[in-house]
Design a protein around this ligand. Structure first.
Ligand code: ADP
Ligand code: TYD
Length: 204
């Protein structure tokens, strides 16, 4: 699968980062060239923007400004990391991509869903070839995320109700785009989840 673009999506603490790492290892063990990356971030400029959106006072940005910052970060990530890697026929695995904006900015902060879609068309315009939605009960996800802690707390402070809406939103998005999405049950041990992920990616 040269030049494949794969994203992981899901609520906070669902196990995306863990699974993105395990998939990267598995594909590299099969001899593939893999670029493992993440959003917000994934390029030097986008990592700077990550600090602006995820650290500091949560009220620092309006919903609209926040959407622009996430989109600016994605554009830089696309220009500097994703497109060059795909052009080299490498597999790109990203921990979050535009579906996260559709959920987090489209649902959580006012109803910006239509603007999110317009901005995506204008400035990004691509979707992953395959999106692995790691689905998990928000109570489990939140307890994992809280146990992990760190400076980037602001989105994890959103609370259970919002995480529930986000989970439902991700599942609805997956149902609307069955060709691109695979929903993986994340409430099992990491190796069992990884086996399903690898099967989805290799078509096995
Ligand atoms: P995400 O990137 O979706 O926020 P992480 O992969 O960072 O999730 O996992 C969040 C926390 O839960 C980490 O401490 C991680 O070690 C742990 N974790 C990940 N996957 C599992 C799993 N399948 N079962 C139990 N704990 C897990
Ligand atoms: P991430 O580091 O993946 O957090 P976690 O490991 O807890 O899932 O992402 C950081 C936060 O940024 C996460 O809470 C979701 C949020 N986010 C958005 O709100 N919009 C976006 O477009 C992206 C990519 C992330």
């Amino acid at each position: 699968m040269p030049g494949r673009f794969i994203s992981f999506e899901g609520i906070d603490g669902s196990g995306k980062s863990t699974q993105a790492r395990l998939l990267t290892d598995a594909l590299r063990a099969r001899g593939q060239s893999v670029v493992l990356t993440r959003e917000p971030g994934g390029s030097p400029g986008a990592e700077e923007i990550r600090r602006l959106v995820l650290e500091g006072n949560p009220d620092r940005w309006s919903a609209e400004t926040e959407l622009l910052l996430f989109t600016a970060a994605r554009r830089d990530h696309l220009e500097k990391t994703i497109r060059p890697a795909l052009a080299r026929d490498e597999t790109v695995i990203t921990d979050r991509f535009a579906d996260s904006t559709r959920m987090y900015q489209g649902i959580s902060r006012g109803d910006l869903a239509a603007v999110v879609d317009q901005l995506h068309r204008l400035m990004i315009g691509v979707e992953p070839d395959l999106t692995l939605l790691i689905d998990i009960d928000p109570e489990v996800g939140l307890s994992r995320a809280v146990a992990r802690q760190g400076a980037e707390q602001r989105f994890e402070d959103m609370g259970l109700d919002l995480q529930r809406r986000m989970r439902a939103g991700f599942l609805a998005l997956a149902a609307a785009h069955p060709g691109r999405f695979r929903v993986i049950d994340g409430a099992r041990d990491p190796q069992a989840v990884a086996a399903d992920v690898l099967a989805a990616v290799t078509g096995g």
